[in-house]
Design a binder for this molecule. Structure first.
Ligand code: FES
Ligand SMILES: [Fe+2]
Length: 456
């Protein structure tokens, strides 16, 4: 069979659409030297949870590389190539020292930056220590996650400090979940607002308390940014229009709105409940790392459960493999959807429709950036600092805008564009000042009624 897709237009035509087709190597292969692997190595990624780091070094696999991560007795974190520079014994069996780690086989000692501190079996005059280093990567520990940069040292970007890393009154709890499939299919799920209508609503009934209105087909607006996308989806309930904004920062980071929401009153610039990265372990395994945000204002229903957030768990439906086979088949969730696309989804086998606009935009931007890296051109990074964080927009805004005689879907489209414009125009402001500015502008454009809260 040729590599061309052959679509059968006839019933019982399965025979015509069989045959091997290659995966999209450019987007899905992440090992050293691959186009996507090189692109991915231009960003900081979370690679471990702090809670994984105990007395012993931990073997991990990131971007197809076998590594070992540990905290030395001086409380510094090291991320080293797993196989010892001497004769490649695994440092997962090494001994954590005051300074770095010592290989179990012949006792070589490595600092967290890969410097060889001791080669005890070699003669005193040996220069082997000065000539080589163990492979090592810089790390930053932040709020229970360990981030690493695995690219060329001279191209290391600023740590991506986002405004959502430090929202007042948000308690952030780290979590991590494995998926036995390519990173892209899990990441694409975040650029596909239409799956919520079916997977989380119509097919087996609503899966998220407070988000029952997801069963309605939304009006979706996408905004391209140099660092990724912001998109929103809007639905009406009576006089209220709920707009849920999502951030998708390429390559692999996303934020959505409140997990346990309530659509019964206006709300301005609600913030995210989830900040997450899909990190490729290799071509056919990925691991989500992120934080669940707990905050009463953004999770009005208070149905979150902090005890269910951590290693291999998060407190909302269908995100892990750890459910009974019966339950997974009776009411599959996101995890079943993206892992069941296969170890690496074959894009040539897909038949994309209008609901896939976000996925198409994401793939196209990734390819553009991957090719820029290959040509040695710069790519945009979400760079920010604690003083001047990178702005994100994920969260919910609900306004009272009654139906009029015009096409209601067109009205919701206009509304989302206007609100997005207001949020972007607030980019010069920080913290409370930013919220006040957004509130003032929304009232100026839509009137006091749009934001009036009738407390029931
Ligand atoms: S293999 Fe590590 S010291 Fe020899
Ligand atoms: Fe989902």
């Amino acid at each position: 069979m040729s590599e061309e897709v052959r679509w059968s237009h006839k019933p019982f035509g399965g025979y015509h659409i069989n045959g091997p087709l290659e995966e999209d190597v450019e987007l899905t292969h992440v090992g050293p030297g691959t186009p996507c692997g090189e692109y991915m190595r231009r960003f900081w990624h979370p690679v471990a949870m702090t809670e994984q780091l105990g007395d012993r070094p931990v073997p991990i696999r990131i971007l197809g590389e076998d590594l070992v991560i540990f905290k030395d007795l001086s409380n510094r974190i090291g991320l080293l190539h797993r196989h010892c520079a001497h004769r490649r014994a695994s440092l997962e069996f090494g001994r954590v020292e005051q300074k770095g780690i010592r290989c179990c086989y012949h006792g070589w000692q490595f600092d967290v930056d890969g410097t060889i501190l001791e080669t005890p079996g070699e003669p005193a005059e040996s220069e082997i220590r000065q000539r080589i280093c163990q492979g090592a990567y810089p790390v930053i520990e932040y709020r229970g996650l360990v981030f690493a940069y695995m690219g060329p040292p001279n191209l290391k970007p600023q740590f991506p400090f986002l405004d959502s890393f430090d929202i007042p009154d948000h308690e952030m709890i780290p979590y991590s979940i494995h998926s036995p499939c390519n990173w892209l299919q899990e990441s694409e799920n975040s650029m596909d607002p239409f799956h919520s209508v079916f997977l989380h609503g119509r097919v087996n009934g609503p899966q998220f308390p407070g988000l029952e209105h997801f069963v309605e087909l939304p009006v979706v607006e996408y905004h391209k940014r140099p660092e990724g996308f912001v998109y929103s989806h809007a639905r009406r309930q009576g006089d209220l229009v709920m707009m849920r904004f999502h951030d998708h920062i390429t390559p692999n980071m996303a934020q959505n709105g409140g997990m346990f929401q309530r659509l019964d009153r206006p709300k301005i610039f609600g913030r995210t409940s989830l900040t997450k990265w899909v990190v490729p372990l290799d071509d056919t395994n990925s691991r989500k790392f992120g934080w669940r945000h707990f905050n009463d204002a953004d999770e009005v229903l208070r149905q979150g459960d902090k005890s269910q957030v951590g290693w291999e768990k998060v407190d909302f439906y269908g995100q892990t493999a750890h459910r009974s086979d019966e339950e997974r088949h009776a009411n599959p969730g996101d995890w079943e959807a993206w892992t069941s696309q296969g170890p690496i989804n074959i894009h040539k086998r897909e038949y994309l429709g209008t609901t896939d606009e976000g996925v198409v935009m994401l793939r196209s931007k990734l390819k553009k950036d991957i090719r820029s890296v290959q040509r040695g051109k710069p790519i945009a990074h979400a760079e920010g600092s604690e003083d001047k964080p990178f702005h994100t927009y994920g969260g919910d805004t609900i306004l009272r805008v009654p139906k009029d005689d015009s096409d209601d879907r067109a009205l919701m489209r206009r509304l989302q564009r206007e609100v997005m414009k207001v949020m972007f125009s607030a980019d010069d402001h920080e913290g409370d000042d930013r919220i006040e500015y957004i509130t003032r502008e929304i009232v100026a454009r839509f009137g006091e009624d749009a934001v009036r809260v009738d407390v029931k």
